[in-house]
Every structure is written in C-alpha cells, then in structure tokens.
Write a protein that binds this ligand. Structure first.
Ligand code: SGN
Ligand code: CA
Length: 537
C-alpha cells in the first residue's frame, strides 16, 4: 500500500514538473545609442541622404517611432535622463558641465540587483564611471576617433589601435561571445561616439564619401527672420560658425596659403589633436584622400561667393558625417548578426536611438540643443519578436525619459515611484493609444559653445510653445501643422490667442507635474555661476 502511495505521489510530482509551464525567461536588452545621429540620416526615416540597411532591419523586424523626442537635447544630460528615468532638473545633470550625481539610482543598478548581467561599451560622457555594471569599457569624456584611449573596469586606462566605432563594436561582440553568463538575462549598452563632431570617418570610407554630393535641405539659407533673438544669436551656422581645419578638414597649410583666419581660436589645435592621433600609415591614407579635396578647394576658394562657400561647407559636412554613419551601420549589422546566429533573437529587445537629434544644414545649422524638431526629435527603432509586430510604425510622443520604466517592466520589476516617464510596453503591444498628449522640454547649457539660450517649453501634436530666458524673456509659438519647418513665430498673432492661452495653462500644469519651477531655474543659474567662478566652465 505504502509502495503504491509513494508511486502515485512520485508520478504526480513527475507529471507536475514535466507539464509545469516553462517560466518565461526575462528578456535580454541590447541598448544601442549613437551620439548626435540625426533621424534624417537613417534610411528607415528618410532615404534622401544615405542608406542604413542594418539599422533599418530593427524597424523592419520591429517598430519605427516617428515622434520620439528628448527632454533636453544635449549629450550627457540625455544619458542621465535615460539612466535615471527623471528629468534633468530632478537628476541634477542639467548640462555637460554639471557633474552627474552618482547617488541617483539608475535602472542598470536595479536590473543588476535583480539578476541581470550588465555591460557598457563606448561613450558615456559623465566624467565618472557608471554604477550597476559588471563590466564596462568607456571612452574618457568625448573620446577620440582614431586610436582612442579607453577606461576599463579591470585594468584602468589604455590606448587602443584602430577606429573608435569598430573598437566599440569589437568590445561589444567580444563580451557577447566570451563573457556573457548564459544562465542570466543581460543588459548591454553599446554606445557609439560617432557621428559626433568633428565627424571623422574610418579610412575605408574616405574614398567613397569624399566623392559624393548630397541634396540640400530647403532651409539651408535661412536668415532667421520671423523668429526671435534665440535663433538669430545661436552660433551653429555652417558658414559662419564651423571651423575650417577641424570641421571642414582644410589643411592648416592651405588655410595659411589662402589667408583664411581660424574660425575658432582652437581650430588648428583641435585638428592636430584628432587627426594627429593617427600613426604614420593611417595618416598617409588620410593625407592622400583629403589632399585631393584640399587641392580642389585651394583652386576654387578665391572665386567662391558666400553662397558657394555655404554649399561647399554643407557637402563637406555631409561627406564626413555620413561617412561616420557608414561604420555605425556596419557595427549594428554585426551585433544583429551575432544575436541571430546565437539563438538570442527571439527574447532580446534591441533598441537603436541617439542621445538627441541633430541639424544637417536645416536652418543653416549643425549641432542640436534647440526644442525645434531636428534636435527635439530623436531616432528610435525597437525590435522584440515576442512582443512587437514586425514592420510597425508608431507616431506617439515617446521620450528618452521612458526607457528606464520600459526596461524595468520588461524585466518584471516594479519601477521606483519617483521615476517620471511612462513604460512603452503597451505601445510595443499595440495598445498605447492615449499615451502622452504633451511633452515637456528644458534646455540649460548657456552661455556656452553654440550660444543656444536657456529655454523650456511644451510640444503637442499641433503646437510648440517656448520660453527663452536668462538674458532674454521671449516667448515663441509654432504651428506644427501649417509651418512644418518652424519658420514663423506666431506668438503675437491674434488668431492664435485661444491656443496660446490653452498652451500656457498646459505648460504650467506640466511644470507642476514634473516638479520644475522658476525657483529651480534660478537655483540652477546660481549653481552655474558658481561653477564658472571656480573655473569649471
Ligand atoms: C564639443 C563640440 C560642440 C558640441 C559639444 C557638446 N565642439 O564642444 O560642437 O556641441 O561638444 O556635444 S568640438 O569642436 O569639441 O567637437 S555633446 O554631444 O557632448 O553634447
Ligand atoms: Ca550628443
């Protein structure tokens, strides 16, 4: 009898374990982010400038977000928003100068504490090392394109030979191959320096891109009429604010020959310290490729009109910028291939994004910072075969603020209640209808390089209301439906009186919701002045 009972119990137990539904394994997360990658330079968004077949794969197999945006369009602050899930005024990293307060809790710390293996490779730009990572190898500060130094968790700082984008890809794949713990889900941050200024491509792309010409944007010759002082006083115009040596790669000896003054006192120093990192062999390839372009420039320059100089600047800029993207796209392809070949595709979330958008000659500009579309919006492509239908598009105003809560929810972890974003999981699953009707934005880094004034604002599907402050007190309003290029400030147009009133109310509500205020604006100005007085700016 006992024997039969035991047999019965054990067979029930066996049956239970055999048929117990397999626990859904937590998803892996591959977070790919480049620095200053404009959505205009991703063919899934726009085919006019270049082809990015590998980045596009993420949208083909997943979701393309056409209105993804940032909360503060600049490098290190954007990264801080992503990691903390909190706006800049709450996490404290308001600009590239303020130190990142590492008492902030970041989502990788939470993932790590919940059994995730975590790794970061590439550009972080915090000035301090990331917390919550089992492994990291990061570029010091902005990092260099050629033969860069790298800070490693295990061995301190060292210099690596090669091109930065390829190096970051190699480190990432090496980790996936050799250091990944197959019993744990992982979070992997694969963070490119490219295509950040001064836009230096890999040697293998010199020839192809130096021979290309690109279509000009409609607003390349913008004279900023119809807008306020902020657009007029910004220093990011291709013709007047780009450097000849560093940005446009005119050899210093040619600048001398042509009597071109340095556009910036550090121009030649920058050029020498970037291109100057190459070894003699690499430098030979550089001089040959860029030498030809320089020869033609020397011939043409004396007879060039201002308009022709602007056009030349634009082509030069695009050749180098898009040459950088080519390597990023190749690297992304290698990582996607690795996931596929190693059976890691099905339950891995792959995100491709940038720390913000970028101007590719629109409004005559390069750089970012403004709440205007090219820098407010950012590319976002996500695939996750178990949750996202392939080839889908989403038009919601999702923000970089939302990543932390999204990843935590995907991992089945409750997010801390003081995070300020929204999880994107409902959108992934096709149920994110009334997601966010207005996005809040606040930019601080002024006075500083490019001289974009401090401003905050609100963006809805139809309008954009902006307040520029500090050494100015100007409001601007844009009609996003009828003025897609944001050329005309209609703040004082009586036709928009009702809209204006409603947006002011909404903006005030959002400032309260996110705990931002005039008192905080003033506090950050005081702190900025303190840093300045201490020589930190
Ligand atoms: C450097 C660049 C600027 C750029 C800032 C911030 N100049 O100062 O053009 O806006 O970084 O960029 S450079 O000549 O040194 O390249 S960010 O991406 O780090 O925010
Ligand atoms: Ca950036």
């Amino acid at each position: 009898k006992i024997f039969i009972t035991l047999l019965l119990i054990s067979s029930v137990a066996v049956a239970f374990f055999a048929f117990k539904p397999k626990k859904q394994k937590k998803p892996n997360i591959v977070f790919i982010m480049s620095d200053d990658h404009a959505y205009q330079a991703i063919s899934a968004y726009d085919k006019r400038l270049t082809q990015t077949p590998n980045i596009d794969r993420i949208a083909n197999e997943g979701m393309l977000f056409t209105n993804a945006c940032v909360t503060n369009s600049i490098c290190a602050p954007s990264r801080a928003v992503i990691l903390t899930g909190k706006h800049s005024h709450i996490n404290g990293k308001i600009d590239n100068y303020f130190p990142f307060d590492s008492t902030n809790i970041t989502f990788p710390q939470i993932l790590q504490a919940n059994g995730y293996q975590t790794a970061m490779f590439g550009k972080l730009h915090f000035g301090n090392n990331p917390k919550g990572f089992d492994e990291f190898q990061i570029l010091p500060d902005q990092g260099d394109y050629y033969n860069p130094d790298i800070i490693t968790k295990k061995e301190g700082k060292k210099k690596l030979l090669g091109y930065v984008t390829d190096i970051i890809t190699d480190l990432t794949i090496n980790w996936l191959k050799n250091e990944r713990d197959e019993d744990k889900p992982f979070f992997l941050a694969y963070l490119h320096k490219a295509p950040h200024r001064e836009w230096l491509p890999a040697e293998r792309h010199f020839k192809e891109y130096l021979n290309k010409t690109f279509p000009e944007p409609a607003t390349l010759f913008d004279n900023y009429e119809g807008r306020g002082r902020a657009s007029k006083e910004a220093e990011m115009n291709l013709l007047t604010h780009m450097n000849w040596a560093g940005d446009s790669k005119v050899f210093p000896e040619n600048m001398q020959k042509l009597g071109i003054k340095e556009s910036h006192p550090y121009d030649i120093r920058f050029y020498n310290s970037t291109v100057g990192r190459m070894n003699p062999e690499q430098r030979k390839t550089w001089d040959e490729a860029y030498g030809k372009m320089n020869e033609e420039f020397v011939k043409k320059f004396p007879s060039m009109s201002e308009k022709e100089k602007m056009q030349w600047r634009y082509q030069r800029y695009m050749q180098d910028y898009l040459g950088c993207i080519a390597s990023v796209d190749e690297g992304v392809g290698q990582v996607l291939d690795f996931l596929k070949q190693n059976n890691l595709e099905e339950n891995t979330i792959v995100v491709y994004t940038s720390d913000q958008g970028f101007y590719l000659g629109e409004h005559g500009w390069f750089d970012k910072r403004f709440i205007f579309d090219e820098s407010f919006k950012t590319p976002l492509l996500v695939k996750w075969p178990t949750a996202i239908k392939p080839g889908t598009k989403n038009t919601q105003m999702v923000q970089n603020l939302d990543f932390a809560q999204t990843f935590l929810e995907a991992a089945g972890i409750k997010a801390p209640s003081d995070m300020q974003g929204e999880s994107l999981i409902p959108i992934f699953k096709g149920n994110g209808k009334n997601f966010r009707d207005a996005a809040y934005y606040h930019y601080y880094e002024y006075p500083s390089v490019h001289m974009v004034k401090r401003h905050y604002g609100i963006v809805t599907e139809k309008y954009k209301l902006i307040h520029f402050y500090y050494d100015i007190d100007e409001w601007e309003l844009y009609d996003r439906t009828n003025d897609k290029n944001e050329m005309k400030n209609v703040y004082n147009d009586p036709k928009y009186a009702a809209v204006k009133k409603e947006l002011h109310q909404k903006l005030a509500q959002l400032r309260i919701k996110y705990k931002d205020s005039e008192t905080l604006d003033k506090k950050y100005i005081e702190k900025y002045k303190e840093l300045e007085a201490n020589g930190k700016i």
